[in-house]
Design a protein around this ligand. Structure first.
Ligand code: GUN
Length: 297
């Protein structure tokens, strides 16, 4: 029987554990605060941001939100960032990507106070992660590590193939999995659009992580017998549903499930973990800024 790795259940446990840490901070007068910034009115981004707000409310983190008009000058967004850097009630924040074309996202990231960068995208935080001294692990890679742990997958010595080399998932996950650490020590292969014979690299892996943003790119023929499959993809494809679309991963679930020993579903796999780890980073940010020690899950 193939195990379906339940991201909702693992995320729920993490949120429960974070609740204790949030109470400790709140009792000491420092309820953690998370701000989201949305420039423009992309519907998918609006949905993601409102889910992050709701998550905060559920665990006792104070949510803040700033909307910036999509046609505003980059300086308007920079002013918002400067205000958030100064705001003591906001311990962490993120600027939802993508931003409009006339704004350079890298510039935006560089302006964020690294101590409030709960996405873990600031170059200082990227550098610390690569150096093995991570402050904030980016939420999706950290969520993948927690899922592997929950599924009793020992990464030490495991051959892990990551499909996708994005700054948000592929690159940081590869760096985390090669660290000398209990949740690292893997042998990592990173594949991308120029990779020759992708199937050969995925079939030989003990763990395949698909994070490429191509609907159902990987099917069962590309998965080794009894491998573990982690599907990071969330792709909207046209479908005869009420909304006119459905969500599918980067993996063809049914054929991959027939080969794998364990697999994450879409939705309900990595997605809830990404959201939980954002809360985790917010609690960590509040702890670092206030000097109040908390136990993190
Ligand atoms: N857009 C899609 N994923 C993310 C994320 O993890 N962080 C931010 N800031 N924007 C995103």
């Amino acid at each position: 029987m193939t195990r379906i790795i339940d991201g909702n259940a693992v995320a729920s446990e993490i949120r429960d554990d974070l609740g204790d840490a949030i109470e400790t901070l709140a009792d000491a007068g420092s309820r953690p605060g998370l701000a989201t910034v949305l420039m423009g009115d992309d519907p998918a981004s609006q949905t993601y941001v409102s889910m992050k707000q709701r998550d905060c409310e559920e665990v006792g983190i104070e949510p803040h939100h700033v909307d910036v008009p999509g046609d505003a000058a980059p300086e308007t967004l920079y002013e918002t960032i400067d205000d958030l850097n100064e705001n003591p009630d906001v311990h962490g924040y993120l600027v939802q990507a993508p931003v409009p074309d006339h704004v350079e996202y890298r510039e935006v990231i560089r302006r964020i106070d690294p101590l409030k960068d709960v996405d873990g995208f600031h170059p200082e935080n990227v550098g610390r992660l690569v150096a093995g001294d991570a402050r904030f692990r980016p939420c999706t890679p950290h969520g993948v590590q927690k899922l592997l742990e929950a599924a009793d997958v020992d990464t030490e010595g495991a051959d892990i193939t990551i499909v996708g080399r994005s700054d948000i998932v592929g690159k940081p996950l590869a760096n985390l999995l090669i660290q000398k650490a209990d949740d690292g020590n893997a042998t990592v292969t990173v594949c991308h659009s120029r990779t020759d014979d992708l199937g050969e690299k995925t079939r030989s892996a003990d763990v395949v992580v698909a994070a490429v943003g191509v609907p159902e790119l990987l099917d069962g023929s590309m998965i080794g017998e009894d491998a573990v499959v982690i599907d990071v993809g969330v792709n909207r494809v046209d479908a005869d549903t009420e909304k006119g679309y459905e969500l599918v991963g980067d993996v063809d679930f049914e054929s991959a499930k027939a080969r794998a020993s364990a697999i994450t579903p879409v939705p309900g796999g990595v997605g809830p973990m990404t959201r939980a780890m954002l809360l985790y980073n917010t609690v960590k940010a509040a702890s670092l800024q206030t000097g109040i020690d908390v136990d993190l899950p």
